[in-house]
Ligand binder design. Structure first.
Ligand SMILES: Nc1ncnc2c1ncn2[C@@H]1O[C@H](COP(=O)(O)OP(=O)(O)OP(=O)(O)O)[C@@H](O)[C@H]1O
Length: 235
């Protein structure tokens, strides 16, 4: 379970995120949406202890992420900018992550298989395409067989097949009791993936089920998103 309670982050005079509150329960896939600069990355980084809130809190399993023992076994993380060593093979990268997460050795091949990189595991990361790097990021998040996934723009650079795979994967992960929080700009895709939506623009402008947002599918997510973000309506 993920919980944001009045999470606020200021950088000097700039308020990146203000009074953000929402939770993600097990079995749910929640999409965090908002325009560029809305504070999505700041919020996710706050949840992962990479950014210290100015006030309020973000917790996972009821505690700040940094207080978890062996966090990689509980929370899988995929964020842009965490970086890969380009001279290393995908397999080697995952082997190192498996050791760090105290995951069984066999897990490396399992996750390579799971994300469709079984044939590319021995290739150097410098030769991976954007989509392959994205898949490797997911494999890295999954290495510790976590209960919670925190994913920043996971569909970026994936081909249609990859996007469909990701959607199905996240659904079955959540159906198996997993908790997923992801950020995305791809509204049409998101509408097919998430149960709940949190829209922010510095502050929260909407939080609730996709059905509540779209009137049970009567309106599309994109129209509702623009109405809320552009009109600055707070719900
Ligand atoms: N380390 C920092 N120092 C100062 N300002 C920052 C810092 N990190 C983020 N910001 C500012 O905080 C605001 C929110 O940025 P953030 O990256 O969280 O937005 P975002 O919703 O993830 O945007 P995008 O969709 O472009 O990735 C922006 O105005 C950004 O310039």
């Amino acid at each position: 379970m993920i919980e944001f309670r009045d999470f606020t982050k200021r950088y000097g005079h700039l308020t990146a995120v203000e009074d953000l509150s929402f939770e993600v329960r097990p079995g749910r896939v929640v999409g965090l949406l908002g325009p560029n600069g809305a504070g999505k990355s700041t919020s996710l980084r706050g949840l992962l202890g990479l950014v210290r809130p100015t006030s309020g809190a973000a917790t996972v399993f009821g505690v700040p992420y940094e207080r978890l023992t062996n966090p990689a076994r509980r929370v899988g993380v995929h964020m842009d900018g965490l970086g890969f060593e380009t001279g290393m093979t995908g397999r080697r990268h995952l082997q190192i992550c498996a050791v760090a997460a105290d995951a069984p050795r066999g897990r490396v091949d399992e996750v390579l298989d799971l994300v469709g990189l079984a044939d590319a595991g021995r290739r150097r990361l410098g030769r991976y395409s954007t989509g392959m790097k994205q898949r490797l990021g997911l494999a890295t998040a999954l290495i510790g067989d976590p209960e919670v996934l925190v994913l920043d723009e996971p569909a970026n650079g994936l081909d249609p097949q990859g996007i469909r795979w990701l959607r199905n994967f996240l659904r079955s992960f959540a159906d198996g009791g997993g908790t997923v929080l992801l950020s995305s700009h791809q509204l049409a895709e998101l509408a097919q993936t998430v149960d709940e939506v949190v829209i922010i623009n510095g502050r929260r402008v909407f939080s609730g089920s996709l059905d509540a947002l779209t009137g049970g599918g009567a309106h599309n997510l994109e129209d509702r998103y623009f109405e809320l973000v552009e009109e600055g309506v707070h719900a």
